[in-house]
Design a protein around this ligand. Structure first.
Ligand SMILES: CC(C)(COP(=O)(O)OP(=O)(O)OC[C@H]1O[C@@H](n2cnc3c(N)ncnc32)[C@H](O)[C@@H]1OP(=O)(O)O)[C@@H](O)C(=O)NCCC(=O)NCCS
Length: 106
């Protein structure tokens, strides 16, 4: 799970967000992670190869995440049988960090 990701506004649009995403994906590929998920704006993340999770057979894990925002990218270790519903790890729930607290604003 890549998100949440943020760059302080005064440092935005300098390539920091892109560098973080690309480096994160490289680390995941080195660790043989097959799929990387995130919640975010498709207008931004499509440039890194992310597509809607549903299109790859991955169920949206929360009603607080819009289908458009729930995205995934496949890395070299991915195999087509890897489908199903993403289950967030416990710390995401403990910190109330799954989806939007006010759905519909994304
Ligand atoms: C999204 C975010 C991480 C990008 O970080 P950044 O360091 O500014 O990103 P970069 O400098 O690598 O890329 C900037 C480019 O992304 C574009 N961009 C940033 N947010 C965008 C969005 N929501 N939709 C479309 N494009 C976006 C900028 O217009 C810019 O485009 P350009 O290269 O054509 O000028 C940062 O804007 C942010 O922290 N946003 C608030 C938190 C957030 O939405 N996080 C994502 C969900 S987890």
């Amino acid at each position: 799970m890549l998100s949440p990701l943020a760059v302080r506004p005064e440092y935005s649009r300098r390539g920091i967000g892109s560098a973080l995403v690309r480096h994160g994906l490289e680390i995941c590929a080195e660790r043989a992670v097959p799929l990387v998920f995130l919640e975010g704006d498709p207008a931004y993340y499509s440039r890194f190869g992310f597509t809607p999770g549903r299109d790859r057979g991955s169920g949206n894990p929360s009603l607080r995440i819009s289908d458009a925002a729930f995205q995934v990218v496949a890395l070299p270790q991915y195999e087509p049988w890897m489908t199903g519903t993403l289950v967030y790890a416990e710390p995401f729930w403990r910190h109330d960090a799954v989806g939007l607290r006010e759905p519909g604003t994304q």
